[in-house]
Design a protein around this ligand. Structure first.
Ligand code: ADP
Length: 434
């Protein structure tokens, strides 16, 4: 029976040294695999279960001793040879290594010339450690102390890095919010000036009679509108993230709000030959919610359903009461969403598909935006105490499996709740709005 080829895993951070070790074992009967970091080495080892691990002692993530301990607690490595490559290791260092589960040391300065002989030696069960039990027990104590000391330093280091990241994240959010605020003021002026131009008595007639001029002015105001909606989206998401969202809860007839939203898409639906199924009579009479925020949610979901459904398809919007919740579904016959992305698309700035193909249109097929729409929807829905998710059999632009977005809203939410989303995307302390 043919015996399995034995494997040596070399874990070495230094590229030159890794190549040298590999080269020294070229003629050997072993299969050589390499890793450059301890964690990568652990993954490879757990996958391949090599017969020998030859690791550097000073690796950037875990050191060689910690790596050996991690391997030894896995029963599959109880009998494997774990050997450390070292540079003038002291007796103390060697003892610590044995305590961690290392079988032997190969000295870089003297033993590399004969590496294959040493590998054969350890492969066939050889060990270095002639440490008596008392010495070993003392070394194990020192090793444990060393390990715990390193663990504490790592945790402290991670905590301070985490604090720095949170500070940077907060600064970034404030920066985005301030920028959007600053842009809103001149944009409001630009909007005003553009309206003045359209309505200016001596220009009005000219604009109406000159088709090209009409198109230019139309393009200008359409672009301004788009810019305004981008800035509003940014401001809404920063408000959600910084918990500056306050619900203005009032009884409202949701079918009426929806009819209003749909009205804005009538010409797009016509141009794209999309059939919309919506029967206001089937909807519950009244719910309690923040109308403006709910409108943003419904608008986003309808705009997405249109954007991701090719011409000739259909979109249905249904609402029904389930217990004390209102279940709203937006179902389209569009391209669908890959299962692995169905949670991610609710994160900020998540854009599925090819960004280059985005047209930043609210209704063109495949048109995209900032990837903020669904994050905003989730923030708003959760701030009402509701949930939102998507169901789709996957993305397929040929077979068009479609997507169904489901929104569950309490019919009468308790007053002003902080959106749950903020805790998932690192909450910031409440700030005074400005
Ligand atoms: P965007 O402004 O890019 O549309 P959203 O947050 O609204 O951002 O959506 C995020 C991503 O989710 C989109 O880029 C798209 O890939 C996917 N998506 C959203 N709605 C649908 C849908 N109805 N059908 C298919 N994909 C969708």
């Amino acid at each position: 029976m043919e015996s399995r080829q034995k494997t040596v895993l070399i874990i070495q951070n230094n590229h030159e040294m890794r190549r040298r070790l590999e080269h020294s074992l070229l003629g050997s009967p072993y299969q050589i695999v390499t890793a450059s970091r301890a964690l990568e080495g652990l993954d490879v080892a757990r996958h391949l279960v090599p017969d020998m691990v030859l690791t550097d002692l000073d690796l950037p993530d875990l050191n060689g001793r910690e790596l050996a301990t991690m391997l030894r607690i896995d029963p599959r490595f109880r009998d494997s040879a774990i050997v450390a490559l070292c540079r003038n290791a002291s007796q103390d260092e060697r003892e610590l290594g044995f305590a961690a589960g290392i079988n032997g040391f190969i000295e870089e300065s003297t033993q590399l010339e004969t590496l294959s002989v040493w590998v054969d030696f350890y492969m066939s069960g050889g060990t270095d450690g002639i440490v008596d039990t008392e010495q070993l027990a003392a070394a194990q104590d020192r090793f444990l102390q060393d390990l715990l000391g390193r663990l504490e330093r790592r945790v402290r280091d991670l905590e301070s890095k985490n604090e720095a990241l949170e500070r940077a994240d907060k600064m970034k959010d404030s920066f985005i919010q301030l920028t959007a605020h600053e842009l809103r003021t001149p944009l409001t002026l630009i909007t005003g000036y553009s309206r003045l131009i359209e309505d200016y008595p001596s220009l009005r007639g000219l604009i109406q009679s000159d088709q090209e001029l009409r198109q230019l002015v139309g393009g200008l105001s359409e672009s301004i509108g788009r810019m305004q909606s981008i800035i509003e989206q940014i401001l809404t998401i920063t408000r959600i993230m910084t918990r500056q969202i306050e619900l203005n809860l009032r009884p409202l007839v949701i079918a009426k709000v929806l009819a209003n939203v749909i009205q804005q898409y009538e010409s797009a639906l016509r141009d794209r030959q999309l059939r919309l199924l919506f029967d206001p009579l089937q909807w519950p009479q009244q719910i309690i919610a923040d109308e403006a925020l709910l409108r943003i949610t419904l608008d986003n979901l309808l705009s997405n359903a249109i954007k991701y459904t090719p011409n000739g398809g259909h979109v249905s919007i249904q609402g029904r009461v389930e217990g004390n919740m209102l279940r709203i579904t937006f179902k389209d016959s569009g391209i669908g969403i890959a299962r692995e992305l169905q949670e991610q698309i609710f994160e900020r700035m998540h854009i599925g598909g090819n960004v280059d193909l985005h047209t930043t249109s609210k209704t063109a097929f495949g048109g995209g935006g900032l990837g903020l729409g669904l994050a905003i929807c989730r923030g708003i829905v959760e701030s009402h105490g509701g949930t939102i998710w998507v169901e789709s059999a996957g993305r397929d632009e040929e077979r068009l499996p479609g997507s169904e977005f489901i929104v569950m809203l309490p019919l009468a939410p308790r007053n002003v709740t902080a959106p749950v989303t903020t805790s998932r995307i690192k909450p910031l302390p409440a700030r005074s709005s400005g």
